[in-house]
Design a protein around this ligand. Structure first.
Ligand code: ATP
Ligand code: MG
Length: 513
C-alpha cells in the first residue's frame, strides 16, 4: 500500500507510462491487458479489472475479478459502500463505456483514488476510440465489398453480352476488356490487355489508322459506326464496329467504348432476301418472255416442217432449183429445226425455274432420291474418275415431293461438282435431319473443286449465269434447282471457298405426320 504523499509522484509517472502504452499500435486487447498489469503493480491492488458495457450487461473484459457483476453490485461499489473497493465509471463524453474496479487489502489513499479516476478516463477514451476505429474499419470493409460486388456485377453483364467490347481512355489505354474480346483466334486475355495501349494490342493494324479513328470520336464527340470484314477467326465474317464516346459531367469525352458485333448472319439473311426477290423478278420476266416467244417458235417449227415435207414431195423440181439455194434447202431446214428445239429446251428450263411444272408428289425418302440419282450417273463419263461417297442418314423423316424433280436437282448439283473438279476429286453426299428440332430434312453435296468467291456465289442462281465456255453450260442448272426446291417449300444454301471446294445444302420440309 502506498503512502499518501511520497508516492503520488510515482503514480503520476505510472500514468504517463500508461498513456504512452495506450497509444501503442498493438491490438486493443493486448494494450489493455498491458495497461492493467502496469496499473496493478503501481497501486498494489489485489484485483484490478475493467467491465465493459456489453449491450446493457456489464461484462468483465480485462483483468482479474468475477466474470460478471450486476450493475447494482458495481454501483454499490462506486458509491463507496463496499470497503476496500474502488469503482470508477469509464465514460467518454455522454456515453458510459464501462466500469473500472479495484479491490484492495486495506484502506485506499487519495492519490490512488485519483489515479484510478484518471485511469478510468484514459481507458474510456481508449475503448471508445478503438471501438470507433473498429466500426469505421467494418464500415469501410462493407463499402469495399459493395463496390467490389457492383464491379463484379457490371463485369458479368459486360461478359455475357454477345459482343466484343472494350473501353480506352484519353491515353488510348485499355480500361475495360470483356470476355468476348478474350475469345476467338485473336483473343487477348483481360490481364494482358488492361492498362496497355490499344496500339500494343491491335498491333496488326496500322497505328495511324487506329489512332485516327479514335481521335475523330474524341474530337467530334460523335458515335462512329462502320462495317468491316475479317477472316481472322477462320471463315470470312462481317463485323459492325461502333465507337461511342463517354463524357464526364463537364461534357468532355474521357473514354471511348468500342463495340464489335458479328453481323454475318444478318448480312447473309439480308442478301438472301434480296437474292430471292431478284430471282422472283427474273422469274416473272422470264415467264412473260417465254409466253411471247413460244408462239412464234411454234409457228416457225410448223412452217419448217411443212416446207421440209414439200421439199421431199417436190424433189429438186421446185422453182427453188433456179436460185441455187434449194440445194441446201433441206440442210437449212434441219438447222432451223434443231435450233428451234434448242430454243424450246431453254424455254422449258426457264419455265421450270419460274414456275416448276406441277409434278405428281408423293411421300418419299430423300435417300431413295440420292440413290436413284447416283445410279443414273454411274455410267456417265464425267463421273468415272471421281470418288463419290454417300453418307446417308438413318431414320430420316419423309418428304412430300416429286421424285423426278428432286432427282433433277441432284443431277444438276452432281454435274456441277464434276465440272468443278476436272481431274480427280471426291464428292460427298450426305443426308441428315436438320439439327435442333428444325422441321427439315437436309441433303448436302460437297465437292473439293474450284470453289467460288463471294461475288460469284451471289449470282449462281440467276438464270443464264455461267462461267463455263459457250456451248457447255446454259447457266440454267442452279436456277432450276432453286425454283424446284422453293416450290417444295424448302431452300437451298451454298458455302464455298475458292480453291477448296463448295457445299450445297438443300433443306426440305419434313412431311406432316
Ligand atoms: N460445285 C460448284 N463449284 C464451283 N462452281 C460452281 C459449282 N456449281 C455451280 N458453280 C458455278 O455456278 C455457275 C452456274 O451453275 P449452273 O448449274 O446454274 O449453270 P452451269 O452449270 O454453268 O450450266 P448448266 O447447268 O445450265 O449446264 C457455274 O457456271 C459455276 O460457275
Ligand atoms: Mg450446271
Amino acid at each position: 500500500m502506498l503512502s499518501e504523499d511520497s508516492d503520488s509522484s510515482i503514480l503520476v509517472g505510472a500514468l504517463a507510462d500508461i498513456a504512452v502504452c495506450l497509444s501503442d499500435a498493438r491490438p486493443t486487447e493486448l494494450v489493455a491487458q498491458d495497461v492493467l498489469e502496469r496499473a496493478h503493480l503501481s497501486i498494489g491492488a489485489s484485483e484490478l479489472a475493467v467491465w465493459l458495457d456489453g449491450g446493457g450487461e456489464l461484462v468483465r473484459t480485462w483483468g482479474a475479478g468475477p466474470e460478471e457483476a450486476s450493475v447494482d453490485e458495481l454501483r454499490a461499489a462506486m458509491a463507496g459502500a463496499a470497503p476496500g473497493i474502488v469503482a470508477r465509471e469509464m465514460s467518454f463524453g455522454p456515453r458510459r463505456v464501462g466500469i473500472l474496479l479495484a479491490r484492495f487489502g486495506g484502506d485506499v489513499v487519495e492519490p490512488v483514488e485519483r489515479f484510478l479516476e484518471a485511469l478510468a478516463a484514459l481507458l474510456a477514451a481508449f475503448v471508445a476510440n478503438s471501438e470507433r476505429s473498429r466500426r469505421l474499419e467494418g464500415d469501410l470493409q462493407i463499402r469495399m465489398r459493395e463496390v467490389q460486388e457492383q464491379k463484379r456485377f457490371t463485369e458479368t453483364v459486360l461478359d455475357l453480352l454477345p459482343l466484343g467490347l472494350y473501353v480506352i481512355d484519353r491515353d488510348y489505354r485499355i480500361t475495360v476488356w470483356n470476355r468476348k474480346r478474350e475469345t476467338g483466334m485473336q483473343g487477348v486475355s483481360r490481364d494482358e490487355a488492361i492498362g496497355r495501349t490499344i496500339f500494343e494490342i491491335l498491333h496488326r493494324q496500322p497505328e495511324d489508322v487506329v489512332r485516327r479513328e479514335f481521335d475523330e470520336v474524341f474530337a467530334t464527340g460523335k458515335t462512329q459506326q462502320f462495317q468491316t470484314e475479317s477472316s481472322a477467326s477462320g471463315a470470312l465474317r462481317t463485323y459492325r464496329l461502333s465507337k461511342i464516346p463517354i463524357r464526364d459531367q463537364a461534357g468532355v469525352v474521357t473514354h471511348i467504348i468500342t463495340i464489335g458485333e458479328d453481323i454475318t448472319d444478318w448480312v447473309e439473311a439480308r442478301e438472301a432476301v434480296a437474292q430471292n426477290e431478284k430471282l422472283a423478278a427474273i422469274g416473272r420476266l422470264a415467264a412473260g418472255i417465254m409466253h411471247e416467244i413460244n408462239n412464234p417458235l411454234a409457228t416457225i417449227a410448223a412452217c419448217a416442217e411443212s416446207m421440209a415435207l414439200e421439199t421431199r414431195v417436190d424433189g429438186s423440181t421446185s422453182q427453188g432449183a433456179q436460185d441455187g439455194a434449194a440445194d441446201g434447202g433441206p440442210e437449212y431446214l434441219k438447222i432451223i429445226e434443231s435450233e428451234v428445239q434448242r430454243c424450246k429446251r431453254i424455254i422449258d428450263g426457264l419455265l421450270d425455274f419460274s414456275r416448276p411444272r406441277a409434278q405428281e408428289r408423293q411421300s418419299l425418302q430423300v435417300n431413295t432420291v440420292v440413290e436413284r440419282a447416283l445410279f443414273l450417273l454411274k455410267h456417265h463419263a464425267r463421273f468415272k474418275q471421281l470418288t463419290v461417297q454417300a453418307e446417308l442418314g438413318t431414320e430420316l423423316a419423309t418428304v412430300h415431293a416429286s421424285s423426278e424433280q428432286l432427282i433433277q436437282v441432284m443431277i444438276a448439283l452432281l454435274m456441277n461438282a464434276a465440272d468443278a473438279m476436272p481431274q480427280y476429286g471426291r464428292v460427298l453426299i450426305r443426308t441428315r435431319a436438320a439439327p435442333r428440332g428444325a422441321k427439315h430434312v437436309v441433303i448436302e453435296v460437297q465437292d473439293e473443286g474450284s470453289g467460288m468467291t463471294r461475288n460469284e456465289m451471289s449470282r449462281i442462281f440467276e438464270p443464264f449465269y455461267t462461267t463455263k465456255e459457250p456451248g457447255r453450260g446454259t447457266g440454267l442448272g442452279l436456277a432450276i434447282c432453286h425454283g424446284i426446291v422453293a416450290d417444295h417449300g424448302g431452300r437451298i444454301e451454298v458455302s464455298s471457298e475458292p480453291g477448296k471446294g463448295t457445299r450445297f445444302t438443300i433443306l426440305l420440309p419434313m412431311e406432316e405426320a
